[in-house]
Design a protein around this ligand. Structure first.
Ligand code: RIB
Length: 290
């Protein structure tokens, strides 16, 4: 089987800071680096490093061929990544001494994709393949509808959180993934508890506490813990988790097995600085778990 991912491609600028700046404060960064990122790309790279066949659906600026090359070097198929005359999306990522982050996004080419190119890509998919979606592109609803019509598994991360974006895709989603803040925002905006959300399955990621899965069809709940690590940079930990869950399910693992594997991968990522470049491979995750 294969994983398709309509997802952002960003150039990430990391600034290591002693603390986050307060309003009006000017601060010297301790360090600056540039890497490959974007919630979508991070999930594609995680799934590819986990061993899945991954087709990324996205858009970059014509001037940034290195971005495509980097994705390809991690095993992501970029046939459906368009070169546009827009700038590549970028992110300003501030990381503080505790490894926490704040992120500012410039979406660029990510939100200039055309519906036909996305539908052409999904047309190539088979029943039982997976579609990953997040909230950093345009046209998630088109992609979700097309994927559902093909009987694909649709895994949607409601990040960055936008209640209208969630409402637009919810009826076509198989697994809705949120962190605990996003879950609180969604249940409050819709006025329903998690178990009444109109999606078959929900995953709530809980940072260092692990993650929880719930079937809203059967009421079954599974909780997985996360190994204790000393965090260096939590950026893209959630993306790593989702990419590994998708890859695990694509391989035929149970949801519990996939989430346990993904928790190990996300914990290992947190011990490394960076985003897509820092996501561990399956061999590294398996060695870490052992
Ligand atoms: O989840 C981390 C990602 O969010 C970064 O790579 C950044 O590009 C933003 O999309």
């Amino acid at each position: 089987m294969a994983i398709y991912n309509l997802g952002s491609v960003n150039i990430d600028h990391f600034y290591t800071l002693p603390h986050f700046p307060k309003p009006g404060e000017t601060l010297h960064a301790i360090d600056h680096s540039i890497g490959l990122g974007g919630k979508g790309t991070n999930q594609s790279v995680a799934a590819a490093k986990a061993g899945a066949e991954v087709f990324h659906i996205g858009a970059i600026g014509k001037a940034d061929a290195w971005v495509r090359e980097r994705m390809t070097s991690f095993g992501v198929n970029t046939t459906y990544v368009q070169d546009l005359s827009e700038v590549t999306g970028h992110a300003i990522i501030n990381v503080d001494a505790q490894g926490e982050n704040t992120i500012v996004l410039q979406p660029g080419a990510n939100v200039k994709q055309d519906a036909q190119s996305i539908l052409d890509a999904i047309d190539h998919a088979q029943e039982g393949d997976t579609l990953l979606l997040q909230n950093e592109t345009n046209l998630q609803d088109h992609a979700a509808q097309a994927a559902r019509a093909k009987k694909m598994r649709v895994i949607y991360s409601a990040a960055p959180f936008d209640v209208d974006a969630v409402k637009q895709v919810m009826s076509d989603v198989s697994i809705l993934v949120m962190n605990s803040v996003e879950a609180a925002q969604l249940t409050s905006a819709l006025g329903v508890e998690l178990d009444k959300l109109p999606v078959p399955q929900v995953i709530v990621t809980l940072g260092s506490k692990g993650a929880m899965w719930r079937s809203n069809e059967t009421g079954e709940v599974i909780e997985v813990s996360s190994p204790k690590v000393t965090p260096v940079d939590t950026t893209a930990a959630g993306d790593t988790f989702i990419g590994y869950v998708a890859a695990g399910l694509d391989k035929g693992q149970s949801i519990k097995e996939a989430m346990e594997w993904a928790s190990q991968a996300a914990a290992l990522k947190v011990t490394r600085k960076g985003t897509a470049d820092a996501i561990p491979t399956a061999d590294e995750v398996n060695a870490f778990s052992a």
